[in-house]
Design a protein around this ligand. Structure first.
Ligand SMILES: Cc1cc2nc3c(=O)[nH]c(=O)nc-3n(C[C@H](O)[C@H](O)[C@H](O)COP(=O)(O)OP(=O)(O)OC[C@H]3O[C@@H](n4cnc5c(N)ncnc54)[C@H](O)[C@@H]3O)c2cc1C
Length: 386
C-alpha cells in the first residue's frame, strides 16, 4: 500500500524538527540517568508545538492516523532518543492515549486524554508487579493487586514494578484484580495513596521519571474512573498492546536508522591499514547486514500496521513483528558499536545509548520467548485442528 500524502507531509515536518531542533539537545546535561528532566521535555515540546509537530499522529479533529501512517511518522520521530519525548509520540503515553481514545467515555477523554494529547501532561501504565513478591510479569494472570468495592468506591491495594514515568506523571492507568477479573482504573497523579518507593537503576536512560517501584495503599477510586467494563482489563490491555508494541518497533527503527548513519559515516571517514574502514570487507559486510535488517524491519512493521488497519487485534502478527524487529534492531545496534570501535562504546554519539536501550526492548511489551511460546501454542492449535 502506498503512503498517503498527509503522512508524507507530517513525516517530513517531524524529520526536519528532530534533525534540526531535537538532536542538539542530546548533549544537554538535563538528560539524566533516570531519564531527561520534565523541564527539558516541556522546553522541547514548546518548540514542537510552535513547529506544528506536537502529537503528530493525532489530528486536530481528534482522529488518529492509520497504523501504516503512524509507522512512517513515529519512525522519523525516533531518529533521536529524545524525538518521541519532544513530539509526544513516546511510550507509555502514545499507547495510553490510544487506549483512552478507544475505550474511554467522553468525560474520561475530556479529563484524562485531552492534557496528554496537548502534551502538557505525562501518563503511566501500572501493570507489572515485583518479581521478588511473585507478582504479575510475563504472566499477567499472576496479578496480586486487588480492587474491592467499599460503598460505591473502589479500593485498590498492591505493589507495582517497572512503572515507566510514574514519577512526574499526572495520569495513571492502574490494573487490579476485582471480583469480575482484571480491571483498569484511571487515577490522577500524584496521589498520597500511590507511593513511589524507589526509581530503579536500569540499563536505559531515555524515559522521563525512569521506572518506579510503587506501593498502592488504600487508593479510593470513584466508579466513573473505571476504564471500560469490570473484568475486561486483559482484553483492553490487548487493545493497547498490539499497537503499542508496534509503535516501539517504529520508534526504535528510527533510532537504528540514525545509529547506522553514524556508523556508516565513521566507517567511510576513518582509516585503518591504509584504507577507509568501509573498504575492509568485515566492516562493509556489517554495514550491508544493517541495511538488510533495517529494510526487513521496516517491511514487517508496515505489514503488521496494514493488518491492524483492517480492524483486527493482530495479536499473532504483532507478536511476530515484535520478536523479529526487536531482535534485528539489537543486532544492528551491536554492529554499529563494533564498526565504531572505542568511539562506539563512548557517549560521544547516541550509538552507545541506542545499544543499551534496545536491549530492554527485547523484554518489555512481552519478552521474545513469551511471544514465541504463544506462537508455538497457535501452531499446535492449528495443527490439531487440521
Ligand atoms: C524498560 C522497561 C520498562 C517497562 N515499563 C513498564 C510499564 O510502564 N508498566 C508495566 O506495567 N510494566 C513495565 N515493564 C515490565 C515489563 O512488561 C516486564 O518486564 C515483562 O512483562 C516481563 O516480566 P518480568 O520482568 O516479571 O519477567 P519474568 O516474568 O520474570 O520473565 C523472565 C523471563 O522468563 C522467560 N519467560 C517467561 N515466560 C516464558 C514462557 N512462557 N516461555 C519461555 N520463556 C518465558 C523470558 O525469557 C523472560 O524474559 C517494563 C519493563 C522494562 C524492562
Amino acid at each position: 500500500m502506498t503512503l498517503s500524502q498527509r503522512a508524507l507531509e507530517i513525516g517530513a515536518k517531524v524529520e526536519a524538527f528532530v534533525r534540526e531542533t531535537v538532536i542538539p539537545y542530546e548533549a544537554d546535561p538535563r538528560c539524566g540517568s533516570h531519564g531527561p528532566s520534565d523541564a527539558l521535555v516541556m522546553e522541547m515540546r514548546g518548540k514542537a508545538r510552535a513547529a506544528g509537530v506536537l502529537t503528530p499522529h493525532i489530528l486536530p479533529d481528534g482522529s488518529h492516523l492509520t497504523q501504516r501512517e503512524t509507522a512512517h511518522v513515529l519512525r522519523l520521530s525516533g531518529l533521536s532518543p529524545l524525538g518521541p519525548l519532544a513530539v509526544n509520540t513516546m511510550a507509555p503515553d502514545e499507547g495510553n492515549m490510544y487506549l483512552l481514545g478507544k475505550v474511554g467515555s467522553e468525560a474520561q477523554k475530556a479529563r484524562f486524554l485531552a492534557p496528554l494529547v496537548a502534551g502538557t501532561a505525562r501518563s503511566a501504565f501500572f501493570m507489572t508487579e515485583p518479581a521478588s513478591e511473585g507478582g504479575a510479569g510475563s504472566d499477567p494472570s499472576m496479578m496480586q493487586t486487588t480492587a474491592r468495592l467499599d460503598g460505591n468506591h473502589w479500593v485498590i491495594d498492591g505493589r507495582k514494578a517497572f512503572i515507566t514515568g510514574a514519577q512526574g506523571a499526572s495520569v495513571g492507568i492502574v490494573m487490579a484484580k476485582a471480583e469480575d477479573g482484571a480491571s483498569l482504573f484511571l487515577v490522577d497523579l500524584p496521589d498520597p495513596a500511590i507511593r513511589i518507593d524507589r526509581i530503579l537503576d536500569t540499563i536505559d536512560s531515555s524515559m522521563p521519571g525512569g521506572h518506579a517501584i510503587v506501593t498502592i495503599d488504600n487508593l479510593r477510586v470513584p466508579p466513573e474512573q473505571m476504564l471500560g467494563a469490570p473484568g475486561e482489563g486483559f482484553k483492553y490491555a490487548q487493545v493497547r498492546l498490539s499497537p503499542a508494541r508496534l509503535s516501539h518497533c517504529m520508534r526504535w527503527l528510527g533510532a537504528c536508522v540514525r545509529a547506522h548513519e553514524i556508523a556508516a559515516a565513521y566507517a567511510c571517514r576513518r582509516h585503518a591499514f591504509g584504507k577507509p574502514l568501509v573498504d575492509h570487507e568485515g566492516v562493509g559486510f556489517m554495514l550491508a547486514e544493517n541495511l538488510i535488517d533495517l529494510k526487513q524491519a521496516e517491511l514487517m512493521i508496515d505489514w503488521c500496521a496494514d493488518v491492524l488497519d483492517t480492524g483486527v487485534l493482530g495479536t499473532v502478527e504483532s507478536s511476530m513483528t515484535k520478536v523479529a524487529v526487536s531482535e534485528a534492531l539489537f543486532r544492528i545496534a551491536d554492529r554499529c558499536v563494533q564498526v565504531m570501535g572505542g568511539t562506539g562504546v563512548s557517549r560521544d554519539t547516541i550509538v552507545e545509548q541506542v545499544f543499551r536501550e534496545i536491549r530492554a526492548f527485547r523484554i518489555y511489551d512481552g519478552p521474545t520467548e513469551v511471544h514465541k511460546w504463544s506462537l508455538a501454542k497457535k501452531i499446535k492449535r492449528d495443527a490439531l485442528k487440521a
